[in-house]
Design a protein around this ligand. Sequence first.
Ligand SMILES: [Zn+2]
Ligand SMILES: [Zn+2]
Length: 270
Amino acid sequence: MSGRARESGCAARTARARELTADASPAADLLGFYAALGEYQQRLAEQSASASVVSGFSQTSGSLLQAIDADWVGRAVREFAHWLVRLKPDATYLRDVPEDEWRTLFESYRANPDEATARCSDAALFALETVLQPIAERLAAIWPACGANASNSRCLICGGAPVVGVLREEGHGARRRLVCGLCLTEWDYLRLTCVKCGEQRFDALPVFTADQFPHARVDACDTCRSYLKTIDATKDGRAIPVVDDLATVTLDLWARDQGYTRVRTNLVRI
Ligand SMILES: [Zn+2]
Ligand SMILES: [Zn+2]
């Protein structure tokens, strides 16, 4: 089984966000913001290909994040924070964070992502992950997967938690895959299992849909009260899971009202 595949790059995600914005999606503002981020990430991906972003590169030792140069990340996040203020004038406090603090945040994030995520503000994580994502995505394309099996609920490349699920065509049916929230790698996962706690009892795993979004659903778990958004790419072949996730933010608002929590917040911290 090959568990690997990934989104088709910043440019494709930006184009999909623009397309959905033009469809007058209820999340048009959010998608417009995401498209602007995608263009910024595209430029970062191009710059990082020629700069010395990767230090001590060795595919056989350490995690993917260990290979990224922390000084570069510190500078890049600070530059991003300056750019962001033009779109979000209320983000000036991010612009004032010095380079070495971003560097320190990145070092704790790569040492223990779950702990750093729990301790850090959403705004700081948003800035850090926006910068890291295109680099992690590029590195993931050449990084070896480890421990591939269908019960692995963490990314096989960078160890990150999944941000969204996707159903892909397989024969006459569909297979369920998970998408990493950082490096965007996709991998196969069990069809009827909670990603968070491993619950497998059918009655404890309700699925919620809305007529407005025929290709999206909420896979919830009544045992741990978490949910994962799933995008059904068999119903819309143009869908890009992390972008269509934003276009269907109404489902998140509904799930939150029911007392469910997302397994992992997405890039824009929903
Ligand atoms: Zn990953
Ligand atoms: Zn659960």
